[in-house]
Design a binder for this molecule. Structure first.
Ligand SMILES: C=CC1=C(C)c2cc3[nH]c(cc4nc(cc5[nH]c(cc1n2)c(C)c5CCC(=O)O)C(CCC(=O)O)=C4C)c(C)c3C=C
Ligand SMILES: [Fe+2]
Length: 436
């Protein structure tokens, strides 16, 4: 239970993806006829399988070599769920975002075989198993560590595979924004894979397995590596901090809100989406560099005015705690808004954008320093929505017109991907598209 409380404390805005009936309370896994792990525990409301003390072991060549798992290592997210894993789960400590392009000669049939291979590997790795063949042993001794793999299709996938008629209109290219500085070689892609785990070796192991599975069918177009706070490093504050030091994620849509599903997931019917996107979602991915040298020169007060929230605890500048509603009308003695008119957290709100809302699930990144010592660091901004035009595009248009934060960030890469619903038992991700 201690582990569960830590994870929930870290991620108040999100829930584990698996519903209780989708959890597996006890599962023995095997390869080559050798039982390598027995995950014992209960799949509660979080949908995670938590290893019972002393009962969970990491995979090894023989049972006698099996390594007991920590509770963090044994956290497991289920693969066969209504919505793909990696959307509603809490932030993981390590992430890889990777886009692939199909190679010449890869058509619909080969793409289907690739998604079948990827799904089989994802299911095994998320259960803490080794891939079916050609394992690198990088995750040996570790448990699943909340590993998730999420698969999406880019605009160009559909013409490459002769599936243009199945391409959702929501995949039409994002509009240009005046603040864009996009590097095309690190944008878009036929296929997209998001990998997240609470252990860096487990995440890398999955990345390498997915790359190997691609074989000659697809080549990596770009890859980005990210991170978040390690679970257990702190039980408070509850919301993750980004590299500007702010609590980021406070006002994410909550599952308990009545329009949560409608905002994040494509409905089974009644939308302009093709049937294969039922229960799916659209991921907008932006590599947003933070101009940290400029940002860090600001006083604390100036930094807080840029966002409209206190840096220490994320409370609105109008008062209260992190979860207190913002008082947008509150003025100071001079009659100025306490939360400035161009504050990021004011103008990105749904009520300032015709109801537009997104589920933000980012990773921070740091790719070193340039020769002048300037950090290449920021946010791998991943946001989820049922309709990108009614989500990211609406909000970003507003931000583009006058967000106080825009002087301190730069959008450097962009992608938009259709992420189908979770694969049912016996299915692979995207099967309804590729075999429909
Ligand atoms: C187009 C969408 C958004 C981009 C791009 C974006 C970039 C970005 N944001 C922060 C830091 C914070 N954002 C916060 C809130 C917030 N941001 C967006 C959207 C985008 N942000 C939304 C929809 C919201 C929630 C608004 C609301 O409903 O109140 C906050 C405040 C805390 C919180 O609610 O999470 C911070 C801090 C950075 C650093 C950044 C780019 C690098
Ligand atoms: Fe934001």
């Amino acid at each position: 239970m201690a582990d569960k409380s830590i994870r929930e404390a870290r991620t108040p805005d999100t829930v584990r993806s698996a519903a209780p009936e989708e959890g597996v309370a006890e599962k023995a896994l095997s390869r080559d006829g050798i039982s390598r792990r027995k995950l014992l525990g209960t799949a509660g409301a979080t949908g995670l399988v938590l290893g019972a003390a002393g009962g969970a072991v990491g995979y090894a060549a023989a049972p006698s070599e099996a390594t007991p798992l920590s509770s963090l290592g044994s956290n497991r997210v289920m693969f066969h769920v209504k919505h793909q894993p990696g959307i509603t789960e809490g932030l993981q400590a390590r992430g890889h975002l990777v886009a692939f392009d199909l190679t010449a000669g890869t058509g619909r049939k080969e793409a289907a075989a690739l998604l079948r291979r990827w799904s089989a590997t994802a299911e095994r790795l998320m259960a803490g198993e080794a891939p079916a063949h050609d394992d690198t042993d990088v995750a040996r001794d570790a448990g699943p560590s909340s590993l998730t793999l999420t698969f999406g299709f880019g605009h160009s996938f559909f013409s490459r595979t002769g599936l243009e008629k199945q391409r959702p209109v929501s995949l039409d290219p994002l509009p240009d924004f005046s603040s864009d500085h996009l590097d095309k070689s690190r944008s878009d892609g036929d296929l997209w894979v998001q990998i997240g785990a609470d252990d860096a070796l487990v995440a890398f192991h999955a990345l390498r397995a997915i790359q190997k599975d691609a074989g000659s069918a697809a080549r990596i177009r770009w890859q980005m590596n990210g991170f978040n706070r390690t679970p257990g490093a702190t039980a408070h504050p509850m919301t993750a901090r980004n590299l500007m030091g702010q609590l980021d994620g406070t006002r994410n849509p909550k599952p308990a809100e009545p329009d949560y599903d409608k905002r994040i997931f494509v409905p089974s019917s009644g939308s302009h989406d093709p049937a294969w996107m039922a229960n799916g979602s659209y991921a907008v991915v932006r590599r947003i560099r933070m101009l940290l040298d400029d940002w860090e020169k600001l006083s604390l007060k100036a930094q807080e005015n840029v966002i409209g929230r206190r840096k220490s605890d994320g409370a609105p500048l109008s008062g209260g705690t992190e979860t207190t509603a913002m008082d947008l009308e509150k003025t100071d003695a001079k009659g100025n808004y306490v939360i400035p008119g161009n504050a990021h957290a004011r103008i990105s709100r749904p009520d300032q954008n015709g109801g537009a809302a997104i589920l933000r699930r980012p990773f921070s990144y740091h790719d070193g320093f340039d020769s002048g010592g300037v950090p290449d660091a920021g946010l791998l901004f991943v946001c989820w929505q049922a309709d990108p035009l009614l989500g990211f595009v609406t909000i970003q248009r507003k931000l583009d017109r006058g967000d106080a934060l825009s002087r301190y960030i730069r959008h450097e890469a962009s992608g938009l991907f259709a992420v189908p619903g979770g694969a049912a038992q016996g299915e692979y991700v995207g099967q309804r598209l590729l075999e429909g």
